[in-house]
Design a protein around this ligand. Structure first.
Ligand code: FEO
Length: 399
């Protein structure tokens, strides 16, 4: 038994929830799971928009077949080839050998490369349309949101944007599928964690995509993960616009690595100084405890960043090095920055964290504070001064 979920009288949600996978892309914790969204259009022609991760094929195809009621599938639209969406293409093509697979010129070689499929495919170009009867899909490429072949399609009659990874979120759809059926606030942090870690490197391509799609009259955004939006559309577009421009709000992420508590103490002193100087949004993280995806998500939210690390064999602590590597790889822009560190015989962490800030073109609020052995009075006061300097910079932006 399956009761269909309609986006319109002919368009159906056929996505699935995944509460079993621990790590998305085998990297990102899925504490609240993830949904793989897929859509079915049952018109004179039948089209499926994206499949699901292969391990979820069975429950997905049961939904699809219930709605199909013995009808064949005419088209599979492949908006994105990452296997969380393309994983069931091969088996679906074997079940429906007459089905034509729709992709753009970058999609089709990937379909051949991943799944060995090179027949019964159709290439669409920017602005091409596919007539299904009453429904008509028009295709727009959105390269690097999230892969080079990424594409979205717009159903013109019902004004539904099938947006692929764009506007997606971690978190399963726990009964509520549409944003007017849920408390959207429950999803916002996971939406930002998804954006910042999965798409966050590609701020400029996201800006280009927003510009390209800006002229469409959109009534529904049907993404490939997370809620379907029909109530909060201006808000989610504004969220994407803000994040992709690296716009932030007042607050500070203090992230540190610490082996025996000395760098941690410097982080605590600095955080206290931030609070004493009027900063209310302060998030202090031990990078060995909190997964970097949560820290990165907060760095996309808050303007201030203070990183601290002990020197470990003349390098950064490895867990801080992993965070810094991800931040520099992503090119996260537009932050105020401070550096802390401790060492036992020769300091290197301060220089390395400083170099990372320079590479990212972050705006230093003070000199790096590095302490030899345990924290003593002069460096204690330097941490206090760094907290005040950061707070002053943030408060100056209020006016
Ligand atoms: Fe949800 Fe880039 O795949």
């Amino acid at each position: 038994m399956y009761r269909p979920v309609n986006l319109s009288d002919q368009i159906f949600y056929v996505g699935v929830n995944d509460r079993r996978t621990q790590l998305f892309e085998n990297m990102w914790p899925l504490d609240r799971g993830v949904s793989y969204n897929s859509y079915l259009i049952l018109d004179e022609k039948v089209a499926v928009i994206d499949t699901v991760e292969a391990g979820h094929f069975e429950k997905w195809i049961n939904k699809v077949r219930t709605i199909l009621n013995e009808r064949p599938i005419d088209y599979l639209v492949v908006n994105h080839m990452e296997p969380d969406h393309s994983g069931a293409i091969k088996i679906l093509a074997e079940l429906y050998p007459d089905m034509q697979i729709i992709g753009n010129k970058k999609t089709l070689p990937m379909i051949e490369g991943y799944y060995g499929i090179k027949t019964n495919t159709k290439e669409v170009k920017e602005g091409d349309s596919l007539e299904l009867g009453k429904n008509k899909l028009t295709f727009y490429t959105v390269p690097m949101v999230h892969w080079p072949e990424s594409m979205v399609c717009f159903e013109e009659t019902n004004q539904i944007l099938f947006s692929s990874d764009a506007f997606g979120s971690f978190g399963t759809l726990d009964g509520g599928i549409f944003d007017d059926e849920i408390d959207f606030n429950h999803y916002k942090d996971e939406m930002r964690r998804y954006y910042s870690n999965i798409v966050g490197k590609y701020g400029n391509p996201v800006q280009k995509a927003l510009t390209k799609l800006g002229g469409l009259q959109i009534k529904t955004i049907a993404a490939s993960h997370g809620p379907i939006f029909r109530k909060h559309i201006p808000e989610v577009i504004a969220m994407y616009n803000k994040w992709s421009k690296y716009d932030t709000e007042e607050g500070v992420v203090v992230a540190y690595a610490s082996m025996y508590g000395n760098t941690e103490e410097m982080a605590e002193v600095t955080a206290r100084s931030l609070a004493e100087n009027g900063i209310k949004n302060i998030r202090v993280y031990d990078v060995s405890k909190t997964h970097q995806s949560f820290i990165i998500s907060d760095i996309f939210k808050f303007k201030g960043v203070i990183l601290g690390s002990p020197t470990y064999s003349n390098e950064l602590h490895p867990n801080m090095e992993a965070l810094v590597m991800k931040l520099t790889h992503m090119g996260v822009a537009n932050h105020y920055y401070g550096v802390l560190g401790s060492f036992t015989w020769a300091g290197a962490a301060g220089k390395k964290l400083t170099a990372a800030g320079e590479e990212l073109k972050w705006d230093f609020v003070s000199e790096a504070v590095e302490e030899k052995h345990a924290l003593k009075a002069d460096k204690y006061e330097a941490c206090v001064a760094m907290g005040k300097a950061m707070a002053d910079r943030l408060k100056a932006d209020r006016y």
